[in-house]
Design a protein around this ligand. Structure first.
Ligand SMILES: Nc1ncnc2c1ncn2[C@@H]1O[C@H](COP(=O)(O)OP(=O)(O)O)[C@@H](O)[C@H]1O
Ligand SMILES: O=P(O)(O)OC[C@H](O)CO
Length: 554
């Protein structure tokens, strides 16, 4: 916990509920540095390969403990907290019983891919299995990433959910909604709301009208009564309930965490973009009040909406695995002891990757490919390849995936991006930043602050009508200090390497389908080994038919 000297300025509190950690922090109005914060790690459970769950109660307890710790640390100064904002990991799906407040299942985290089969069911219903079929309605491609697929899976496979839906006791929320409902009273009148940025990631919101779309609800068979009301990202929704820390303080802002960092980076003008490097990587490009429908694999999303003002939109390119690949190199390969300390130094022990390419498609590929059948590959290995080459290739993979998105954005928007604002813990790696500038060919401007996401949230909550302690247009508004990395490569070098990356990506596609049939083949041989000779021919035909049937059914 950290604090700095007091002042007369009003304060804004921010709940930052990310994938790995929950944090509560406090800003002075118009200032960019947190004056107090407390962070708690959140456990993630992987009961099966590709599954990713969290305990909603652990998230909530962490929020409450962080708030208590910070308030205690600030002492009487905490009385200056005028408002609170909630920013959160997006898409993560929670269903709970509104009469007991108990979760009906663990939260399904955004990167959970158990819903592959649900995706196939939806794809089978649309003409030509077109992944982009619903994009004109919701701005998103069909993918296990988005909440609606998770809700459908839960309604289909979890009997407690089925019962609660039938009894009209079930509520759905992303992490913001779960926290808001609980902090504003829970079973005693908690507010069941979300903001337009979180709603835009569910696959259920109409991107034109900014309300729940009846066609999509019908497609997923989701009853409207389980959904929260959609509100703006900056307005007073309600107050912290009696008996809780910071009782009666207004909650006046909600933003998905990537949208919050767009604001924190000050990318409030059309044509400005930021990339946040954490476990995943999320590049958002502000398109102003117009919704750009991507024809190159990006998603159309809401950037923010302040009160009654028109919504501002963004094109987004999301990458499922960025920093997570470094953790994999540490935990599964044993190449690193400490991600922060060792990644840069190891990668710097070699001048290049020795032509090694690493596509970390552990959970398929998100933008711009949207291929759930892709799986990770490391290619170009020779007898001279070392772990240093592979670590460097993993860093380059983050940069190449970012270039994939930049290429798509430039095609969609027509005007190439001239600079990229970046943030997130991974950007402390200066080699990564230089590689990014060299691979993308544009200056990379690194925010020298770890608080960008929370700052964006504080700005939105503090500027809400009725709070009015943060003037977003003010001349004296502080800016986050930054440093810049300029490209040192030639265009030919960049393009040659990028072509090789695209070849590596091609080789990663279609893998999980192959793996599934391979498993079926093994199963078939295991069964065949136990079949007596005379039955062999008949059985093998039968088993082939069975295996084909099961492959289709999975
Ligand atoms: N110096 C570094 N070099 C490369 N990768 C890093 C570095 N520091 C952190 N990372 C990676 O960046 C990711 C982001 O870290 P953090 O913000 O703690 O994670 P999360 O997104 O899981 O909340 C982690 O997956 C970690 O492996
Ligand atoms: O919590 P983070 O930083 O991993 O962000 C996750 C994203 O919001 C998922 O879309």
């Amino acid at each position: 916990m950290e604090t700095s000297s007091s002042s007369e300025k009003p304060l804004i509190g921010v709940i930052d509920a990310g994938t790995r950690t929950v944090k509560f922090c406090v800003f002075r109005s118009q200032e960019t540095k947190e004056i107090a914060e407390h962070t708690i790690d959140i456990s993630t459970y992987t009961p099966k390969e590709g599954w990713s769950e969290q305990d909603p109660k652990e998230i909530l307890d962490a929020v409450k403990s962080c708030m208590e710790k910070v308030v205690k640390c600030l002492g009487s100064e905490s009385e200056k907290i005028r408002a609170i904002g909630i920013t959160n990991q997006r898409e993560t799906t929670i269903l709970w019983d509104k009469t007991t407040g108990e979760p009906l299942y663990n939260a399904l985290v955004w990167n959970d891919i158990r819903t592959d089969s649900t995706v196939d069911i939806i794809l089978a219903k649309v003409p030509e299995n077109n992944t982009n079929y619903y994009k004109p309605i919701c701005g998103l491609p069909i993918s296990p990433y988005f909440s609606a697929f998770k809700v459908k899976w839960l309604m289909h496979y979890v009997s407690d959910v089925k019962k609660a839906v039938t009894a009209k006791k079930c509520l759905f929320g992303t992490v913001d909604t779960w926290i808001l409902w609980n902090l504003t009273g829970g079973v005693n009148g908690g507010l069941h709301l979300t903001d337009v940025t979180n709603a835009s990631r569910t696959f259920l919101m109409n991107i034109e009208l900014l309300n729940w779309d009846p066609v999509l609800l019908h497609t997923f068979k989701i009853p409207p009564e389980i959904l929260p009301e959609i509100r703006s990202s900056s307005e007073i929704y309600g107050r912290i309930a009696k008996g809780l820390t910071l009782e009666d303080v207004p909650i006046s802002g909600i933003l998905g965490n990537q949208q919050a960092s767009l604001l924190g980076q000050g990318c409030m003008r059309e044509g400005e973009a930021k990339n946040t490097y954490r476990s995943g990587c999320f590049l958002l490009y502000n398109t102003g009040n117009s919704k750009v429908q991507s024809t190159h694999g990006l998603v159309t999303t809401v950037a923010y909406k302040f009160g009654d003002k028109p919504a501002v939109f963004a094109l987004e390119g999301s990458v499922a695995v960025a920093g997570a690949a470094m953790k994999w190199l540490r935990d599964n390969m044993g190449f690193l002891n400490d991600v922060q300390r060792d990644t840069e130094s190891l990668a710097q022990e070699v001048f290049n990757t020795g032509d090694v390419y690493f596509v970390p498609a552990f959970k398929g590929l998100y933008a711009p490919y949207w291929r759930k059948d892709a799986r990770g590959i490391i290619c170009g290995l020779t007898a001279f390849s070392t772990k240093q080459h592979i670590v460097r290739a993993a860093l380059e993979a983050v940069c190449f995936q970012t270039r994939d998105i930049l290429e798509a954005m430039n095609k969609d928007c027509g005007i190439p991006l001239s600079k990229l604002h970046v943030d997130g813990k991974m950007t402390q790696n200066s080699l990564l930043m230089q590689l990014q500038a060299d691979i993308s060919g544009i200056p990379v401007i690194r925010a020298q602050s770890q608080d960008i996401t929370a700052l964006g949230m504080a700005m939105a909550a503090g500027s809400a009508q009725g709070i009015d302690v943060w003037d977003l247009e003010a001349e004296d508004r502080q800016l986050v200090p930054s440093d810049t990395f300029l490209p040192t490569s030639t265009e030919d070098e960049r393009d040659a390497r990028y072509t090789k990356w695209k070849m590596a990506v091609q080789r990663s596609l279609g893998w999980s389908v192959a793996k599934k049939s391979e498993a079926m083949t093994e199963e078939r041989y295991r069964l065949l080994a136990s079949v007596p000779g005379s039955l062999y021919i008949m059985s093998s035909f039968g088993l082939i038919a069975l295996s084909e049937y099961l492959t289709k059914a999975v």
